[in-house]
Design a protein around this ligand. Structure first.
Ligand code: HEC
Length: 135
């Protein structure tokens, strides 16, 4: 990380100490050098997960989070793996994301508690990703 910063600064300073080169190609180095340096810098800054995650389904992590949240908050009524219980089976649910979000937030009076206070928007997205992953 520190190495990338020094690399960036070094190249940037060298830009001003190349009078002969820059007389002929003055536009080229001044555009390319910062661009290359910035790419190196940006690459160094990027989270490892961006590369490590390549090849895995992009929402696999979301689905896993959703399953954990479901088991904790919903399975008591909707059954393990959402196969149904006191509450209806949610596997293969066809309702839109917006509709499911609304039901989770507001609940169903007298039947299902509202989770609007308890779950964040990201939690609800994870729950929906989990439900959509079930056939
Ligand atoms: C106390 C029991 C209970 C809990 C806990 C519960 N639900 Fe429900 N849920 C129900 C019942 C009962 C219904 C059916 C209501 C109806 O028929 O209108 C329902 C309906 C739903 C529906 C609509 C299903 C459809 O086909 O219209 C969704 C989606 C849903 N619940 C998701 C969840 C999620 C996600 C959680 C966890 C965050 C959860 N529920 C927790 C009892 C529960």
């Amino acid at each position: 990380m520190a190495a990338a910063v020094w690399e960036f600064l070094g190249r940037f300073l060298r830009l001003f100490s190349m009078p002969t080169l820059s007389r002929h190609y003055h536009a080229l180095p001044s555009v390319l050098v910062p661009l290359v340096s910035f790419s190196v810098f940006a690459f160094a800054m990027s989270p490892r997960g961006a590369l490590a995650g390549a090849g895995t389904a992009p929402n696999a992590k979301l689905v896993k989070t959703g399953k954990t949240l479901f088991t904790k908050n919903c399975a008591s009524c909707h059954g393990a793996n959402a196969k149904g219980g006191v509450g209806p089976k949610l596997q293969g649910i066809t309702a839109s994301d917006a509709r499911i979000t609304k039901i989770i937030k507001n609940g169903k009076p007298g039947q299902m508690p509202a989770f609007g206070e308890k779950l964040k928007a990201a939690d609800i997205r994870a729950l929906i990703a989990y439900l959509r992953s079930l056939k």
